[in-house]
Design a protein around this ligand. Structure first.
Ligand code: ADP
Ligand code: MG
Length: 462
């Protein structure tokens, strides 16, 4: 693997010089300086960035510059591929003065041991950079407790849909422990990396020379933090390994923190014994940033670090209009900052709207589809009241629309079965699951039902 990495790094260094000569320095620093050359072969180079917004931004806006840069550095065309999930590190402001240090591969890979950042973690993912609001207050305190008193809340299970700050929070624990207590071993890993290491350990010539080493790697720790455990669903062999790792650590009183996009009981294909282990400690949800104040503080905090400042009315506008996730919120800010930096001037309100048009469209779509809206439309369509749908009466003319409404809530929103059950007069999740299955089965045979469902759906989408 090192062969690929070294040649990738040499080529990437030359590419950077070429790009740097073509774009303003602040653009270079903001978008290119942190890219990690991961590997290359004859046909392409793989470039690592932190997340999908960064990746999308690069591909949409700088593909040509990257392609040209690679051409001039390589002497012939070379494709590139962007891979997310890498620790990007931005050089200090004066790094450009230092010829040899212009690009430090070690620190860019997060290998450097003297840094204050835990392995595999981003330096910016700290408790200090995490804005606390109603939506994440409990998850924040639980994570902080786990960092300060490992083993107290065990396991800690944090769930919520994408872009809500789960990775930020779990890495904040790793960074805090790494920084304050060098004797405590904290290991952060994505579920996917755990899985890959496991598969790797079963092969010969593996990174972990034997399966034994793999086990020790994850079991001889004080805190094990595993991100996105919903990926265990349906993967039986790794679940067995995971179960054993979990038990070893748990029995030794070591802190385990897990994140997921669902409650344990809702991860499809997760063994019952793991579900019950995951639920046995503290479970906490992070929801979307519902309050304007939280969103505004996040943007203001983010702006402190940025060289390009946006006007307060533009910041307010973004906080008001983007609420689906913090990732999208920060993505909108990043896009405006990049525009402002490229144009070399400030962005007036009217222009901001145009620059964010596609994001605002998506927001409008996600915002419109709520369980409330689904209930209203279904009730209206079948000439019922919303209270009929949430009530307990069971005549057929109510029971069927109620099932349809539950089915659509499951299909068109990100709410869990439990949340949906609650919104329908406190029914339990099994009732919702049953309704969803029944609508699916019935609509396969019944054309009228299919017709009704799609008519309602169109109305909901407005
Ligand atoms: P998830 O893992 O839930 O998909 P991430 O942790 O990757 O979400 O968060 C997405 C982005 O939003 C990251 O840039 C992260 O720093 C930021 N973010 C999330 N929550 C907060 C918060 N409470 N305060 C500041 N930034 C946040
Ligand atoms: Mg994440």
């Amino acid at each position: 693997m090192d062969q690929g990495r070294f040649s990738a790094s040499g080529l990437w260094e030359r590419t950077c010089s070429s790009i740097r000569a073509r774009v303003p320095e602040n653009v270079y620093m903001q978008w290119f300086a942190g890219i990690v050359p991961v590997r290359m072969d004859d046909s392409k180079i793989v470039l690592g960035v932190s997340d999908d917004i960064y990746a999308k931004w690069l591909t949409e806006n700088y593909s040509d510059i990257l392609t040209d840069g690679l051409l001039s550095a390589n002497g012939k065309q070379l494709k590139f591929e962007i891979e997310t999930g890498h620790s990007v590190s931005f050089p200090e402001e004066d790094a450009g003065e230092d010829e040899a240090g212009a690009f430090n591969l070690e620190s860019a890979h997060g290998f450097s041991t003297d840094s204050g950042t835990a392995p595999n973690c981003l330096p910016g993912y700290t408790f200090d950079n995490f804005i606390v609001g109603e939506e994440n207050r409990y998850a924040y305190s639980a994570a902080l407790t786990a960092a300060q008193a490992p083993g107290k809340f065990n396991p800690l299970y944090i769930y919520g849909s994408t872009g809500m700050g789960k990775t930020h929070l779990i890495q904040a624990v790793a960074n805090r422990v790494h920084k304050t207590d060098s004797d405590t071993v904290v290991r952060y890993v994505t579920c996917e990396a755990f899985l890959n290491s496991y598969l790797d350990s079963l092969r010969t010539h593996s990174t972990f020379k034997s399966h034994f080493e793999f086990r020790n790697h994850f079991r001889e720790v004080d805190l094990l933090l595993i991100d996105d455990v919903h990926q265990l669903g349906g993967k039986d062999q790794i679940q067995e390994e995971f179960f054993n790792t979990f038990n070893t650590l748990y029995n030794a009183g070591k802190q385990i923190i897990l994140t997921s996009d669902k409650r344990p009981s809702e991860i499809r294909g997760l063994e019952a014994r793991l579900v019950s282990r995951f639920e046995s400690g503290v479970t906490t949800q992070i929801t979307s940033p519902t309050t304007f104040e939280t969103r505004l503080s996040i943007l203001q905090h983010e702006q402190k670090e940025q060289l390009v400042k946006l006007s307060p009315d533009v910041i307010h506008y973004v906080a008001e209009r983007i609420s689906s996730s913090i990732r999208t919120l920060k993505g909108a800010l990043m896009r405006l900052v990049a525009y402002s930096s490229m144009l070399g001037r400030s962005i007036p309100m009217a222009e901001a709207e145009g620059i964010l048009a596609d994001m605002l469209d998506k927001e409008a779509q996600t915002r419109k589809v709520t369980i409330d809206r689904i209930q209203q439309v279904v009730a209206e369509y079948f000439s019922l009241r919303v209270s009929d749908l949430t009530g307990t009466k069971r005549p057929k003319n109510i029971a069927e629309p109620r099932m349809i409404a539950m089915y659509l809530s499951r299909e068109m929103t990100e709410h869990s079965l439990v949340d949906i059950g609650n919104a329908f007069g406190g029914r339990n999740h099994a009732t919702v699951l049953h309704a969803v299955a029944q609508v699916k089965a019935l609509s396969a045979q019944n054309q009228d039902l299919r017709h009704n469902i799609s008519a309602v759906k169109r109305k909901i989408q407005g």
